[in-house]
Design a protein around this ligand. Structure first.
Ligand SMILES: Nc1ncnc2c1ncn2[C@@H]1O[C@H](COP(=O)(O)OP(=O)(O)O)[C@@H](O)[C@H]1O
Ligand SMILES: O=P(O)(O)OC[C@H](O)CO
Length: 492
C-alpha cells in the first residue's frame, strides 16, 4: 500500500491529506465549519459538524487516491476542546466547548484562591486556565441538566476531538486518547502517564467518563467497514501542535517550531524529562513512541491567524487572508501603530484571562494598510515574547525557528519574524506539517516507515534577519508597552 491518510481536525476546518512514502503531499481537501459564539468570550462547535466535515473530506480524499491504497490513518486535532456524549446513542449532550472559550474563568479563579495552582502545575505541567479541558468538563457536568446523574450511572463519555473521532470511526469500539491530548486536559499526571485521582476529586469529575490514555503511535482500532468500504487501521493520534513538532522532525532536544494557525503554538523539544517552567510556559507530552515518552515546553498564543480572520470577517478590510502580505508591504512600517490581539485574553507568557484587544497609536495618518501591518506584526511580537522566556528558562539559545501553519505562507510575516527575533526562520516545503506528523506517527505503528531515521524534512525558504539590533529592540520595547495597556480590562 502506497499511502497514509492524515485527518487534521483544526479549530476552523477539517482537513484530510494523503502522504506517500517520501512524506510528500499527494492530495488533500479542507472543509470549514461553523463557529458558534453564544456570548462574549464563549466559543463552541457542534460535535456533529466536526465529525461530518471530517468524514466527508476523508472519504473524498480516500476515494481520489483509491481507498485500497491507504495503509493507515493518523489523527491530529485541535486540542483541549471538550465533548461529552451519551454512549448509548452516540449523541453529544452539549456543544463542544472550544479551547478558546473563557466561560470557566471563574472556576479557575476559585481553584487559584483555594491554593491548587502549584499542585496542578507539578502534576499536569499546566497553569490553571480556562483553556484546558478539566474545567470545561466540570462546567458541562454542573450546568447541563441530567448529565452528572447519567455520568454517575456510567452512560456518559468524555473525549477531546481525537477521542470523539476515533470512537465514531471505530463504531464505538475504541474510547481512547493519546498521551499528548491527555496532557492538555489538566487531569493527567504527565509523570505517571495516568489520570490523576486527586485532581479529579477537586473538580468532581467521575473517572468512568475518561478515555484510556495510550501512546501516540499505536493501533487503536480499525474504521467501520461502512465508512470507507475497507477496515483501515487508525494508528496515529497526537494533538495538532505535538504532531507538527514531529512533522517538523524536531527530534533533538532544543529544537523549536512555531505553527501559525488560528493561534500560534511554539514548542521546544526538551527530551525525556519534563521541564517545569516558572514563567508561564507549559510542560506537555511531545509524543509517546517506541515505549518511551518525550516532553516539550510550550508557549500557547491564543490569537494569531484569527486576527487576520477578524480583519476579513468583522472589519471587512480584506477579502482573503493572503492579501495582507501585499497590503503590509505597501507601507514602510506600521507608523507606531500597535495591535494587541487579546480578544480572548492573553495566553503565554502572560496568562491574563481578562486582557482584551487593543489598537494603539492611531493618528490622522493611520490607514487600513497600517492596521493590517500592525495585525501581522503582533503575531511576530507575541512569538518573541514566548521565545524570550523559553531561552531564558532553559538556557538553550535557539539556532533557527522552524515554521508551519496557514499564516507561515505570508512572506512579510516570516521576514518580520526573523527581524524581530534576530534568528533565521526556516519554512519547510510541506507546511502541512501537523498532518504530516500524524501520518508519520500512524505509519511508524504499521511499519510503513521502519523508524524515525526514514523520515524527511525539506527546506522551502530561509528568512534571515536584516534589521539592526537597535531597531529591533526599539520596536519590541514599544510592543511591551502596548501589552501592558491591554491587560486586566474585562470584568469577566
Ligand atoms: N497568507 C496568509 N497571511 C496571513 N494569515 C493567513 C494566511 N493564510 C492563512 N492565514 C491565517 O491562518 C489561519 C489558517 O491557518 P491554519 O493552519 O489552516 O489554521 P487552523 O489549523 O488553526 O484552522 C487563519 O486564521 C488565516 O487567517
Ligand atoms: O486548530 P489549531 O491549529 O488552531 O490548534 C489549536 C490548538 O491545538 C489549541 O491548543
Amino acid at each position: 500500500m502506497e499511502y497514509i491518510l492524515a485527518l487534521d481536525q483544526g479549530t476552523t476546518s477539517s482537513r484530510a491529506i494523503v502522504f506517500n512514502k517520501n512524506g510528500e503531499y499527494v492530495y488533500g481537501l479542507n472543509k470549514e465549519f461553523k463557529q458558534i459564539y453564544p456570548k462574549p468570550g464563549w466559543v463552541e462547535h457542534d460535535p456533529m459538524d466536526i465529525l461530518n466535515s471530517q468524514i466527508e473530506v476523508a472519504k473524498k480524499v480516500a476515494e481520489h487516491v483509491g481507498t485500497q491504497n491507504i495503509a493507515a490513518i493518523g489523527i491530529t486535532n485541535q486540542r483541549e476542546t471538550t465533548i461529552l456524549w451519551d454512549k448509548r446513542t452516540g449523541k453529544p449532550v452539549y456543544n463542544a466547548i472550544v479551547w478558546q472559550c473563557r466561560r470557566t474563568a471563574s472556576i479557575c479563579d476559585r481553584l487559584k484562591e483555594q491554593g491548587y495552582e502549584q499542585l496542578i502545575k507539578e502534576k499536569t505541567g499546566l497553569v490553571v486556565d480556562a483553556y484546558f479541558s478539566g474545567t470545561k468538563i466540570k462546567w458541562i457536568l454542573d450546568n447541563v441538566p441530567g448529565v452528572r446523574e447519567e455520568a454517575e450511572k456510567g452512560n456518559i463519555l468524555f473525549g477531546t476531538v481525537d477521542t470523539w473521532l476515533i470512537w465514531n470511526l471505530t463504531g464505538g469500539k475504541a474510547h481512547v486518547i493519546d498521551f499528548t491530548n491527555a496532557s492538555r486536559t489538566m487531569l493527567f499526571n504527565i509523570h505517571k502517564l495516568q489520570w490523576d485521582d486527586e485532581i479529579l476529586e477537586i473538580l468532581s469529575i467521575p473517572k468512568n467518563i475518561l478515555p484510556t490514555p495510550l501512546p501516540s503511535s499505536y493501533i487503536y482500532g480499525k474504521t467501520e467497514k461502512s465508512i470507507f468500504g475497507y477496515e483501515i487501521p487508525i494508528s496515529g493520534d497526537a494533538g495538532d501542535q505535538q504532531a507538527s513538532l514531529f512533522g517538523q522532525t524536531c527530534f533533538e532536544k532544543g529544537m523549536v517550531k512555531n505553527t501559525y494557525g488560528t493561534g500560534c503554538f511554539i514548542l521546544m523539544n526538551t527530551g525525556e524529562k519534563p521541564y517545569l517552567s516558572s514563567s508561564g510556559l507549559l510542560t506537555t507530552v511531545a509524543w509517546g513512541l517506541e515505549n518511551k515518552v518525550e516532553y516539550a515546553l510550550e508557549g500557547s498564543i491564543f490569537i494569531a491567524g484569527a486576527a487576520v480572520q477578524w480583519l476579513r470577517d468583522n472589519l471587512r478590510l480584506i477579502n482573503h487572508a493572503a492579501e495582507t502580505e501585499e497590503l503590509a508591504l505597501s507601507v514602510p512600517d506600521a507608523g507606531e501603530l500597535y495591535f494587541v490581539p487579546a480578544m480572548v485574553g492573553l495566553g503565554a507568557p502572560y496568562w491574563d484571562m481578562y486582557a482584551r484587544g487593543l489598537l494603539i497609536g492611531i493618528t490622522r495618518g493611520t490607514t487600513k494598510e497600517h492596521i493590517v501591518r500592525a495585525v501581522l506584526e503582533s503575531i511576530a511580537y507575541q512569538t518573541r515574547d514566548v521565545l524570550e522566556v523559553m531561552s531564558k528558562e532553559t538556557g538553550i539559545k535557539m539556532g533557527t525557528l522552524r515554521v508551519d501553519g496557514g499564516a507561515s505562507n505570508n512572506n512579510f510575516l516570516m521576514q518580520f519574524q526573523a527581524d524581530i527575533l534576530g534568528v533565521p526562520v526556516e519554512r519547510p516545503s510541506v507546511t502541512e506539517t501537523t498532518a504530516l506528523g500524524a501520518a508519520y506517527l500512524a505509519g511508524l505503528a504499521v511499519k510503513f516507515w521502519e523508524n524515525k531515521e526514514e523520515i524527511n524534512w525539506n527546506l522551502d525558504r530561509r528568512f534571515e534577519p536584516v534589521i539592526s539590533k537597535e531597531k529591533r529592540e526599539k520596536l519590541y520595547s514599544k510592543w511591551k508597552e502596548a501589552v501592558k495597556r491591554s491587560r486586566n480590562w474585562s470584568e469577566g
